[in-house]
Design a binder for this molecule. Structure first.
Ligand code: CA
Length: 581
């Protein structure tokens, strides 16, 4: 039979008369349908990436090229606290509330009309946490009346979305061994999907699925060959084949941290995840491809089995983590996905099988590979640009090289965006290189496991950051916006023809998606290294971004850190709209 709205209303009225409790849609919380439709729904944002494909494209065009210069702040909210540091979160918007995470594993619920705090959750972090790259957090997931986020001591916390009370808490790894969690979790088919951080401490990367209601582990998939997966509490299958691409025992501490979270493609029913560099950095200790580190993998969401993999940097030796977001898009009737790697190449993959379609450089002067062979899918290495084996030289250090990109990457964690209007990807990139050398190292629990030394250096006098508009059809770069400091913020596109992003210098800005011309900018008071969002509310379009300088650059940036040392820390959310009338 057909359920008409009138019938449903009548049914509810009868149930109410009978004293039956009827759950309103709002109290039931975010549904699978809400999540599946997030990219098209403009009134709420319930996924990291503004939709499961993580295109970060909004169909809204109330704010557009002709009027964006009128955008003004509505409210700002301070994260407070004595400690600030990097703020890299993407806010979520649901049922009148903004859910936003902050440094030191904090989560805030804020009234989106007034900017007033509803509740705050502070994870009680133990001494001795080991985040490699600042005390940041990149956001939460929301589902069924709960909000989920990961903490620096490697816990996954589920909170009641109305009150902030803890519903359950699960350990993702041993923080004393270097595990931590900073990425936004993802919801797929009633499960919370997470990865782990900690690659620089010789942890083993993994992807895991837990029941969203109870936190019970459904499956675990280590991403380094030789390790066993689990399914429903029992061993499932081994990842790859032990010692096929790793010598000796090196796979035991093989890295491959899954520190940036994944995306999900409903059309192929596949979870996409990226994996970090193999550990340690000194590649001479682990000759071989070192699967599945520095790769993108496609996973079965029900079992955690690996369906396919594509390795961006086999026998990785420059800290080129392969974690970058896999963004689904369709072109010419093909199901494709794009990903811009730390190693400086922009890849287009067939997302039904992970096969390479195209790979092109998106930064200048790449030194470690000549190109990506489109037949084999493998890089054509420039052998002289691999740092030397320390056992083959006198003293402790191997032969040093100058490599481009630097280990912080042609692109780091900050997500790119795709515009359904222009068909272009907007990629926040950086032009820099590094002196790199290898040293001997042995694994020790809880100690840095690098076996390398490095100094990052700018390539050009006037800029490091470079936002690029890239055509995925041929990898051509349509325009570039240069920025003095390294870019470290995510990007968002809109049907209004705008590209939003921020700079460490404190500006939140909107650019013309066709030309790259800056149409509007606003000084937020601290560096913008987060991920903007937009939604509509009461017929008006709102735009929000988190401000707060920090992240990996000031900690690891070598000569580059000197360039940005005058920038001030902060911690706040800014919300903008057009003035009425
Ligand atoms: Ca790394």
């Amino acid at each position: 039979m057909l359920y008409r709205p009138g019938f449903i209303a009548a049914l509810f009225a009868v149930m109410a008369l009978m004293g039956t409790s009827v759950m309103s849609p709002a109290s039931a919380g975010v549904t699978d349908q809400d999540i599946a439709n997030d990219a098209k729904t403009t009134s709420q944002i319930v996924t990291n990436g503004m939709g499961r494909a993580a295109q970060r494209f909004s169909p809204l065009k109330t704010v557009n090229k002709s009027n964006v210069n009128k955008l003004v702040p509505v409210w700002a909210f301070s994260f407070g606290g004595e400690k600030q540091r990097g703020q890299e979160a993407q806010p979520l918007i649901y049922d009148g509330v903004m859910y936003v995470t902050a440094s030191y594993s904090r989560l805030f619920a804020v009234d989106i009309k007034t900017g007033e705090e509803l509740w705050q959750y502070d994870a009680r972090l133990p001494d001795g946490i080991m985040p490699c790259c600042d005390v940041i957090n990149r956001g939460a997931a929301i589902y069924g009346g709960m909000v989920y986020f990961g903490t620096l001591d490697a816990k996954l916390v589920a909170l009641d979305s109305k009150t902030g009370k803890v519903k359950w808490k699960k350990k993702l790894g041993d923080y004393k061994a270097g595990y931590s969690m900073t990425a936004a979790p993802m919801i797929v088919k009633g499960k919370v999907i997470t990865g782990v951080s900690g690659g620089e401490f010789g942890i083993v990367g993994k992807v895991e699925a837990r029941d969203a209601k109870t936190g019970k582990l459904a499956w675990s998939r280590p991403v380094i060959e030789g390790h066993m997966g689990t399914l429903n509490g029992k061993p499932s299958t081994m990842t790859g084949k032990k010692n096929a691409t790793w010598p000796g025992d090196m796979w035991k501490w093989g890295g491959g941290a899954t520190w940036l979270g994944g995306t999900y493609d409903e059309e192929t029913d596949t979870i996409f995840y990226g994996t970090g560099n193999p550990a340690p950095w000194n590649s001479h200790l682990r000759k071989g491809d070192n699967l599945y580190a520095a790769s993108r993998i496609g996973l079965n969401p029900d079992t955690g089995e690996i369906k396919w993999h594509y390795q961006t940097t086999p026998w990785e030796g420059w800290d080129f983590d392969g974690v970058n977001e896999v963004v689904s898009f369709n072109s010419g009737g093909k199901k494709l996905a794009a990903t811009a790697d730390r190693n400086g190449f922009f890849y287009v993959l067939d997302r039904t099988n992970g096969k390479l379609v195209n790979a092109t450089p998106f930064v200048k002067q790449i030194s470690w590979a000549k190109e990506i062979d489109l037949k084999t899918g493998r890089p054509v290495f420039i052998d002289s640009n691999r740092a030397g084996d320390p056992t083959k030289s006198e003293g402790k250090k191997g032969k040093a090289i100058f490599s481009v990109p630097s280990f912080l990457g042609g692109k780091n964690w900050m997500p790119m965006a795709y515009s359904q209007n222009t068909g272009l990807f907007y990629v926040p990139s950086n032009e820099w290189g590094m002196d790199l050398w290898n040293e001997q190292v042995t694994y020790k629990k809880g100690a840095a496991y690098l076996g390398a030394g490095f100094t990052i250096k700018p390539l050009f006098e006037d800029y490091i950051g470079s936002l690029k508009a890239i055509d995925p059809k041929d990898g051509s770069i349509k325009w570039e916006m240069k920025n003095n400091a390294p870019l470290w913020a995510g990007v968002m596109t809109t049907a209004g023809g705008l590209v939003f992003t921020g700079t460490p210098e404190g500006y939140f800005m909107a650019l013309d998606d066709q030309t790259g011309k800056v149409l509007w900018k606003f000084q937020t008071g601290s560096g913008v290294v987060s991920q903007p969002v937009t939604w509509d509310q009461d017929g008006e379009q709102y735009v929000a971004v988190v401000s707060g300088w920090g992240g990996a650059v000031p900690l690891w940036g070598g000569d580059v850190a000197k360039r940005v040392k005058h920038l001030n820390q902060g911690g706040s959310v800014w919300v903008f709209k057009m003035p009425k009338g």
